[in-house]
Design a protein around this ligand. Structure first.
Ligand SMILES: Nc1ncnc2c1ncn2[C@@H]1O[C@H](COP(=O)(O)OP(=O)(O)OP(=O)(O)O)[C@@H](O)[C@H]1O
Ligand SMILES: [Mg+2]
Length: 235
């Protein structure tokens, strides 16, 4: 798995949002895209997925330029997207939500996700097996959204602010699960505003502001860089 964005520009209608993003995700890493509200984190993920149109630049996934490819084809190539809206099917059970997402994706050989394996990762979902999606808490919905994306057997997981608005205890739990996924060999690109959370699980960080990468470095280096944190990440 290798993903590289080179001088990527994105427009929403006539608004220019991304101004030449450079970003690389290498196999087995957890890479974090940090930035304040409106910095362009979600737009970067939507651009990778083909949900927002790239007007200039190149997105190489395993050496192939995927600019212009359809979102479902990009997903089929092994990029799984967990959007920040956590939309699950409210009138399907937890099991049904997982069942309908099952695909023999490119990660099938390596991970071979089954509902049972998702339940081993998120035991709370096993207990909710027959419950309707509509009755889940925010944290449970987030676990189901991640589980559903994993059922597509991706090689790269895009997580858009996975702990936003979930209870502190669930934040810790989700952090542990992301570390488990990394230990299993899954590569992850995560958008985050919560520096503390990002520090606990990421290897490498990119800081985005106003549609441009302003800093990149190891998570350890960023954690010690008061100037960059102050300038781009403090509220
Ligand atoms: N559909 C859209 N049409 C026009 N502008 C948009 C659209 N979606 C987002 N934007 C603008 O693009 C910029 C980047 O937004 P984006 O959602 O990528 O930021 P973000 O870093 O994900 O922020 P947040 O932390 O709030 O999720 C913002 O100025 C936003 O107002
Ligand atoms: Mg966002």
């Amino acid at each position: 798995m290798h993903l590289q964005l080179d001088d990527v520009h994105t427009h929403y209608g006539s608004s220019h949002i991304l101004f030449g993003i450079h970003l690389e995700v290498t196999e087995g890493r957890v890479v974090c895209l940090l930035g304040r509200n409106g910095a362009g984190k979600t737009t970067t993920m939507r651009t990778i997925m083909g949900l927002a149109r790239t007007s200039r630049g190149k997105i190489a996934y395993n050496g192939k330029n995927i600019v212009g490819a359809e979102p479902h084809d990009i997903a089929r190539m092994g990029i799984g997207f967990v959007p920040d809206d956590r939309i699950i099917f409210p009138d399907l059970t937890v099991r049904e939500n997982l069942e309908i997402a099952a695909r023999k994706g490119p990660g099938a050989e390596k991970f071979d996700w089954t509902i049972d394996k998702i339940y081993d990762l998120f035991p709370v979902l096993r207990r909710l097996d027959r419950h309707m999606g509509a009755y889940l808490s925010g944290g449970e919905q987030q676990m189901l959204t991640v589980g559903r994306t994993l059922m597509g057997n991706p090689l790269l997981l895009l997580l858009d602010e996975p702990v936003e608005g979930v209870a502190p205890i669930v934040v810790q739990e989700l952090g542990e699960k992301i570390r488990t996924l990394k230990a299993m060999g899954l590569t992850i690109l995560m958008a985050e505003q919560n520096l503390h959370f990002a520090t606990q699980i990421s290897d490498y960080a990119y800081v985005i502001e106003k549609g441009l990468i302003r800093y990149q470095g190891t998570m350890v280096d960023l954690a010690e860089n008061e100037q960059v944190k102050q300038k781009y990440l403090m509220i």
